[in-house]
Structure formats: structure tokens, C-alpha cells
Design a protein around this ligand. Structure first.
Ligand code: DX5
Ligand code: ZN
Length: 229
């Protein structure tokens, strides 16, 4: 089942709780939280205190995407703040297996993220221990960037690997996913669809989320029909 993960990076920070509620009414089922440190990526956002602030305002799981150096140092703080899922970048983890184990040890669902320039094959050994693999379809750091089409092959490859390895991790996509690209990512195998500007841009989060999910579910239904034929 495809799911929408509204990314609060593009929300109105002065009305964060209202924006989260609107995206939830529109059908968002997980809130995506982009944590940036100004080192791994050329932008700074927020950390555990903001996760703690949102926590009482929604029942939805909080998916924290850590775009930071040394994520191990902050896992306990995110767990205490109420995070449900944590994704760490393959590119910053010197001991990727240990970082993923640390997330699981804190009772959260571990995910691994790869930048556009990082190959899927660099994840083979950790695939059995992750809840999700996040394929970046832009270079991380900013919302509103253009979708990179070659990331579709990486999603499709992950989907093949999952089948061959008899695993059940979920495939997440992040960056440039909007009404125009959502069908392609669903067809490539993505199920957890992160969208920032497509949801919190003009039109209102509730209506945008609804139309985004309609397009995603239509693509999913077409695929199911093709499978049956
Ligand atoms: C980018 C972030 C994304 C961002 C996506 O570094 O990881 O989650 O919010 O924004 P859009 O959907 O606008 O590309
Ligand atoms: Zn993200």
C-alpha cells in the first residue's frame, strides 16, 4: 500500500501543528521530519526539540531523516523526543550496521538512506536489518528541487533485491515527488512517498494531499491490473 509522508520542511514553521493536522486530514499517514546540520548538507533545520514539540499534536508516526554527521550521538535524544522511525545516510555512517542496530535498540524502526550518487549495492549487507530504504531523488538539503529520473532504476533494483533476498523492507522516496512524478515512483516500486512542496505549496495541504494520494493510488491500481493480466 502506498503512503504519503508529508515533509514538514516545506510547512509554515510558525503554524507547524496546524500544517501537520491539515496534511493528516488530507490522508498523510506518517510525518517526515528533515533534520539538517549545515555540515553533511548545506542547510540547517531542526532537531529533537522540534520532534518533541510536534509529538503531542499528532498520533501519526514521526519519520526522522537525519542529514547530519555523527548521527549515533543523537539517536537517544530522538527516541526520547518521540521519534518512531530514524533514517541515517550510508555516506556518513562509518559503522552503518552499528548505527542501524543502535536505532533498533532504542525501540525505533531503522532506515538507511542513499544519495543520488550512492549505489544500492552498498546496502546489500544491511538490507535484512532495515525497516525501510530511502532513495533520495534529489541531492539532500533543500525542498523544491527537480526530481532526478535515474533514481527510478534504483527503486526498481531494490524491489528486485527484496524479492530475491526474501525480505520485506519498505521502499521510500524523497525529493521532487509531486503530482507530476508520483506515478513514476509508484511504478518503480516506491511505497513510502515523501512530499514537501507538493503538499505545503499553493492550494492548501489538505487538498494537495488528497489529490497527491489519488494520483498515487491510481498508479498502484494500474500496476495491480497489469500484474493480473
Ligand atoms: C530534502 C529533504 C526532503 C524535502 C523534499 O533534503 O530530504 O524531504 O522536504 O522536498 P520536496 O518534496 O519539495 O522535493
Ligand atoms: Zn527527507
Amino acid at each position: 500500500m502506498v503512503e504519503l509522508l508529508p515533509s514538514i520542511l516545506s510547512s509554515d514553521f510558525a503554524h507547524l501543528a496546524d500544517d501537520v493536522a491539515a496534511a493528516e486530514r488530507g490522508g498523510g499517514t506518517v510525518i517526515h521530519v528533515d533534520v539538517m546540520d549545515g555540515h553533511f548538507v548545506p542547510n540547517i533545520t531542526f532537531g529533537p526539540p522540534v520532534v518533541k514539540a510536534i509529538r503531542p499534536f499528532t498520533k501519526l508516526p514521526l519519520d526522522c531523516h537525519l542529514m547530519i554527521e555523527n548521527p549515533d550521538a543523537f539517536i537517544a535524544d530522538f527516541a526520547a523526543a518521540g521519534a518512531d522511525m530514524i533514517s541515517v545516510h550510508q555516506e556518513v555512517c562509518r559503522h552503518l550496521h552499528r548505527s542501524l542496530q543502535l536505532i533498533a535498540d532504542h525501540g525505533m524502526k531503522p532506515g538507511v538512506v542513499i544519495n543520488p550518487g550512492t549505489p544500492v549495492d552498498s546496502l546489500i549487507e544491511v538490507l535484512p536489518m532495515v525497516h525501510h530504504v530511502l532513495v533520495m531523488s534529489v541531492n539532500p538539503g533543500f525542498g523544491g528541487q527537480k526530481f532526478l529520473p535515474f533514481s527510478l532504476e534504483k527503486m526498481a533494483y531494490l524491489s528486485e533485491l527484496r524479492h530475491e533476498m526474501h525480505l520485506n523492507f519498505r521502499i521510500e522516496v524523497d525529493g521532487g515527488v509531486g503530482h507530476d512524478t508520483v506515478a513514476q515512483v509508484v511504478e518503480a516500486g516506491a511505497e513510502m512517498l515523501v512530499a514537501g512542496s507538493a503538499i505545503f505549496g499553493p492550494g492548501g495541504a489538505e487538498a494537495n494531499a488528497k489529490s497527491f494520494l489519488e494520483a498515487a493510488r491510481a498508479a498502484e491500481a494500474r500496476m495491480e491490473e497489469e500484474d493480473e493480466e
